[in-house]
Design a binder for this molecule. Structure first.
Ligand code: AMP
Ligand code: ZN
Length: 294
């Protein structure tokens, strides 16, 4: 089940076949066009039915009266880019086919930031490893010298949607992550961690954006993209849940539970993940890190 982003109006156009795709239980039907409003649910079937989803910003709607999440800095940069592209401009084609030319999913968008991850995983230029179950891409805004994302082809919106049958998939994702680390030329000098964010920043209410992803990240955190406390705490506190722990929870309980108040962890004071020294600002912390990672 997918939901539109606030302030974005989406149009779903069906092109082929008796596709039972529906928007809030209204079947789209062959050759029809359906406008989606924020909050409506889009149910789509599988790779058998090609269709086009267009994202169009409604110039009259603005954000008045719409509660909109404050995006992270890199996402804000993309947001700016998106809004600077006028609606009248031809939509940018961002996704290409997966595996099978007959089952093409095309997303046309003016570039709203929340669509980026989904588009990147489909983009052969971004893929650095893929098999029948997962794809690995470089994180576009790496928070360390090495930062990859392992994504399953299967669309799993969040940790909450995982159940016992996903154990095998998650173990495979972990194996692929381990392989990535082993193949890294700096593996002997850098420590790596692989895990999930308790609450992925790209998930809330955004159409096509939610997709479980395993972060594989070197522990130097030497990157200009690491810009704020939220970035830092999302990788160095319990907000970052080890892949092994997620797998264990699934094996034991058949589901993943995220501690209540996990979001509060992002507000914690900045403290070095190596020696636990507290630093007052991120620039000071980054300076301090140079002593651990020359
Ligand atoms: P989170 O949802 O907090 O687990 O993190 C999402 C990750 O996706 C962040 O590390 C972003 O830097 C990364 N990201 C955002 N947009 C893209 C994109 N278009 N391609 C690749 N990675 C992205
Ligand atoms: Zn330290």
């Amino acid at each position: 089940m997918l939901q539109t982003a606030s302030g974005i109006e989406s149009r779903v156009q069906q092109k082929l076949g008796g596709n039972p795709t529906s928007v809030d239980s209204i079947v789209v039907g062959k050759g029809n066009e359906v406008k989606m409003k924020p909050g409506q649910h889009l149910l789509i079937v599988n790779q058998l039915y090609p269709y086009t989803v267009q994202f169009k910003e409604d110039p009259n709607r603005g954000h008045v009266g719409t509660k909109r999440r404050q995006p992270a800095s890199e996402e804000r940069e993309n947001d700016k880019k998106a809004s600077s592209i006028k609606v009248a401009r031809p939509a940018e084609r961002v996704a290409s086919s997966v595996n099978n030319a007959e089952s093409t999913l095309t997303i046309e968008t003016t570039g709203h930031w929340s669509l980026g991850l989904k588009a990147s995983m489909q983009d052969p230029k971004m893929q650095i490893y893929k098999d029948e179950r997962v794809v690995v891409i470089k994180d576009k805004y790496p928070k360390a010298r090495y930062h990859w994302l392992v994504l399953p082809w299967e669309s799993i919106p969040s940790l909450k949607a995982l159940h016992g049958e996903h154990c095998d998939l998650l173990r495979h994702m972990q194996q692929v992550a381990d392989k990535m680390i082993q193949q890294c030329k700096d593996a002997s000098s850098l420590r790596f961690r692989s895990g999930y964010h308790a609450i992925p920043s790209m998930s809330p209410l955004t159409l096509f954006s939610s997709h479980v992803h395993l972060h594989v990240i070197s522990q130097d955190f030497d990157s200009p993209c690491l810009k704020n406390k939220k970035h830092w705490n999302s990788f160095t506190t319990d907000y970052f849940i080890e892949s092994q722990d997620v797998i264990q929870m699934l094996e034991k309980n058949g589901r993943v539970t995220v501690k209540e108040g996990a979001g509060e962890l992002l507000k914690q004071p900045l403290s070095c993940h190596v020696c636990h020294k507290e630093l007052p600002t991120l620039p000071r912390l980054k300076d301090h890190l140079k002593s651990h990672f020359p």
